[in-house]
Design a protein around this ligand. Structure first.
Ligand code: TYD
Ligand code: ZN
Length: 401
């Protein structure tokens, strides 16, 4: 019960029971998979929110099935982020950029025209292979101080290090920051993007809790972990992706940059909003949603109408397992990722199918487990001629479209 940022005492916020690692999809329904606790803790000293029980990253990422989807919303987000980085002069045409957890290289490919050099680092063998095949040079390794020293000695320092939706996937942010410290040029920027803890809490997104998400960063906890490692937070960018995300801009502590107005304002707001009361409400809301959603689903089931889930997401697994739903109630899960199709969700053992519906009936309802792509997915389904299946959207409040 200690904070992995400041070692302070932590208290439990919410206990979702046990769940299998969310991306450990099964090849068949006979395959067994271990489940581990999903318990969230809060540190009052640095406002850190963390997962109590962390699994070994090497097991989580060796053969990884998360492939960044080709999404209109994500492409728009890449543009928004790149414009922000360019207009604030955090990157320019001379920048040497390294991205940690670059997956198949979609963001690196996006910023390639605006910078001098790009390089990806990703630990998943199958994913790094896909990135390299697409022409985004990607080193298949965990980012560490050792790798950072090797790269500095062989290629020199870089001006920009980016870690999008992976910084919180690391049980020891201190180790990762030690690597950034040695590889980042004196005037360089470290760009971290994550789901924003305040949005997760305020929007009741308890499904964001799964084993890959070892931390739920706020401005306050990020400031603390950066300062402990010789960096300072100078700016932030708030965005709507993944249910509310935040981009942190950090520089070496010696930097002369002052703190942006947006950072100052949001920090003030966060200090007013993020406290034990909000966290307690978050926990009770999760159990209320569980009851409401089960009532809705049971009623559909009693009417003998069919439900599939949409999106073989990690967060969807948390939701399904927390609710105790399985393939007797949700027949299929639809997902666009080809390497997920044909496999089964861990725990619920729901079969993943593609978005074509060639061999299966359309359901009466979709439980939208990729609710962060709500507009895009519903438009896609309707444009394909399916005007009938209704969508059960669980977040931020349960509703049916
Ligand atoms: P994401 O929300 O990033 O999930 P996670 O909770 O795992 O971080 O992943 C979205 C999933 O939804 C991904 O598996 C691809 C799928 N998807 C579709 O099936 N159709 C779509 O149109 C989109 C945008 C995503
Ligand atoms: Zn702490």
């Amino acid at each position: 019960m200690n904070c992995r940022i400041c070692s302070g005492y932590t208290r439990t916020i919410i206990d979702l029971g046990i769940s299998p690692p969310a991306n450990s999809l099964l090849d068949n329904t006979r395959q067994s998979v271990c489940s581990y606790p999903l318990v969230l803790e809060y540190c009052n000293s640095c406002c850190n929110i963390q997962l109590r029980d962390c699994l070994d990253s090497r097991d989580l990422y060796k053969n990884y099935l998360y492939v960044t989807p080709d999404s209109k919303m994500l492409n728009e987000h890449y543009e928004y982020l790149t414009r922000f980085l360019l207009s604030n002069k955090y990157i320019n045409s001379d920048s040497k950029v390294l991205e940690i957890g670059s997956n198949i290289g979609l963001y690196l490919n996006h910023i390639r025209p605006f910078v001098k050099e790009i390089l990806g680092v990703d630990p998943a063998e199958n994913i790094a292979k896909l990135a390299n095949a697409k022409g985004v040079h990607t080193i298949c390794e965990f980012f560490s101080k050792e790798l950072a020293m090797d790269l500095r000695n062989s290629k020199g320092k870089v001006d920009t290090i980016i870690a999008r939706h992976c910084f919180a996937h690391n049980a020891s942010p201190h180790d990762l920051l030690k690597g950034v410290k040695v590889l980042l040029d004196e005037g360089g920027v470290f760009v971290i993007e994550n789901a924003y803890a305040l949005n997760t809490i305020e929007n009741n997104e308890f499904d964001q809790i799964y084993h890959e998400h070892m931390f739920y960063y706020s401005i306050q906890s990020m400031t603390k972990v950066l300062e402990m490692n010789g960096f300072k937070l100078i700016d932030i960018l708030i965005s709507l992706v993944h249910g509310g995300s935040i981009v942190f801009i950090a520089k070496h502590i010696s930097s002369k940059n002052s703190i942006s107005n947006s950072l100052r304002t949001h920090l003030q707001y966060e200090k007013e909003k993020l406290n034990m009361n909000t966290l307690a409400r978050f926990s009770s809301n999760a159990f209320t949603l569980k009851e409401d959603l089960l009532k809705t689903i049971n009623a559909i089931n009693q009417r003998k109408e069919t439900i599939y889930s949409y999106g073989a997401t990690a967060k969807g697994n948390t939701l399904l397992n927390f609710l105790g739903l399985d393939n007797s109630i949700i027949k299929y899960c639809v997902d666009s990722t080809s390497i997920k199709q044909g496999k089964y969700l861990p725990g619920s053992k729901i079969k993943i199918i593609n978005e074509d519906f060639k061999d299966v009936e359309r359901p009466d309802y979709f439980l939208l487990t990729a609710w962060n792509y709500k507009d895009e997915i519903i438009t896609k389904v309707r444009n394909k001629g399916n005007k009938d299946s209704a969508f059960i959207v669980p977040f931020p409040t349960l509703h049916i479209i």
